[in-house]
Design a protein around this ligand. Sequence first.
Ligand code: DGT
Ligand code: CA
Ligand code: CA
Length: 574
Amino acid sequence: MKNKEIARIFNEISEYLEMDGVAFKPYAYQKAAMTLENLPGDLDGLYHQGGLKALKKIPGIGESMAQKIEEYLTTGKIRYYEDLKAKMPINLEEIVGVEGVGPKKAKVLFEQLGIRTLEELEEAAQAHKIAPLFGFGPKTEENILQGIGFLKTAKGRFLIGDILPLAQEILEKLRGLKEVEQADVAGSLRRRKETIGDVDFLVISNKPEKVMDFFVNLPGVVKVWGHGTTKSSVRLKEGFDMDLRVIPGESYGAALQYFTGSKEHNIALRKIAIEQGYKLSEYGLFQGETPVAAKKEEEVYARLGLAWIPPDLREDRGEIDAALNGKLPDLIGYQDIKGEVHVHSNWNGGQQSIREIAAAAMKMGYEYVGISDHTQFLKIEHGLDEKQLRSRNKEIDEINQELKSAGHKFTVLKGCEANIMGDGSIDILDEVLAEMDFVIAGIHSQFKMDREEMTKRMITAMENPHVDIISHPTGRLLKKREEYDIYLDKILAAAQATKTVLEINAHPERLDLNDLNIHVCKKMGIKMVINTDTHQVDQLRLMPFGIAQARRGWAEKEDIINAWPVKKFLQMLK
Ligand code: DGT
Ligand code: CA
Ligand code: CA
């Protein structure tokens, strides 16, 4: 797929243009990049079928951008971009990837200090060469060092959203081999962690050589770290590693338990085994030399007096005690979601009409979908003002009428994702907010605020009687941006007091709230809603990532309001 490469180049073009203070155009390129990233089809295929004309049909892609896409598809290069890069030969993606460094600052850093790479940026900050620059100062210098530190800790881990589809494809291929009796994913991927170090496959086979040959020769393998009969290890072109282990059938359950981890869970489990006079390893649960449980994972847990623990919970956060005492949560399931309410339509520049969204949501088996277009403050997303929101609501009323006439039991809800301004106020008049079925409020600007101020800002928003839901509450972007600097305990207390629902944003780049925060919310009785934040209708399919996150936070159906029927859902709101 060239889509991602071209999107990356468009993003950089946008940044180069922003450096030079060009008006409007940077936004157009940024927006186009987002569109290309989320395009369901392959640009190459699209172009081969329909040529330049087909490219121009993509929303937000005009003549000149279409030509650039064509140039890339046919020559592998975009001259316009190469020229921009030649003028300022820096690793732009790396440098603006640091929180708080935008294109304009990157330009100053290059012109004044010759900084081209992340490494040079870090050296300069450590040597305090950045603070004296005009428009920077010691606070910015400190933020830069912090931002670089954050990027370093995220290095070497991959978003589950990028890994899971590829791993599932490979798992299916393994399962399709006649030499393979059983195959599973283990490790952090089976636990559905938000970031993945490497992928671990386990297989039962009586012809391990065949399976291993197949594995190390998979398309996309760029390096073979090891090629044995019990274990092989490879790197894929996407940059991550995969291990494959062939396990004897009689100890498969014990191996699956062991290699699923987490390490912390295993250590705690092994302690219980020892207390009970057993020995636990990847080969089985042993009494002396005699294996007493090994074939099935359930048997290992059962023999220790534990209920089987869903992999999502295996982090040594109380799950073993809960399993001992029959107190494991009845986790929300993948089929339990009845609707969702964070979907952007073409009213705010999204690609799909409300009718298309409704059709897609019905196809997913939902009973309702909420349209939550951006509001006026967010210019880049074509945020709606009061008048536009009202016109859009009229369209939703019409669509609901149509659906009813056609005999569908499905409701489109009227909502918005309004902006929380710097002072905590909302960028839409109360009387219009009052006309909505639900109001989401979120922060989309001024991410770096003093902790007191940021906390107050969010609490003020939650105290607004019209604000039902806070979107992506901590603001993190995995591998990109840290959480806001906030007193989360105060914010959660305010959510509890004001009965504000907090979002579990299912987008793999966000997964916000995280598992630990979800767990705290559950204990405090704060309700949550799992939303995909869809800007392109295919993204409704991201829901399972949010469900996995909820499960990792011990959430049950009663904690998640969009696992409820529409009537009860609406009653829960303020
Ligand atoms: P990752 O790959 O960093 O996302 O995380 P995991 O959990 O997949 O870790 P990985 O791939 O190193 O190992 C897979 C599982 O094998 C791990 O979850 C638990 C088990 N394991 C690995 N090393 C150890 C160890 O030293 N002690 C114990 N008890 N278990 C281990
Ligand atoms: Ca792993
Ligand atoms: Ca591994």
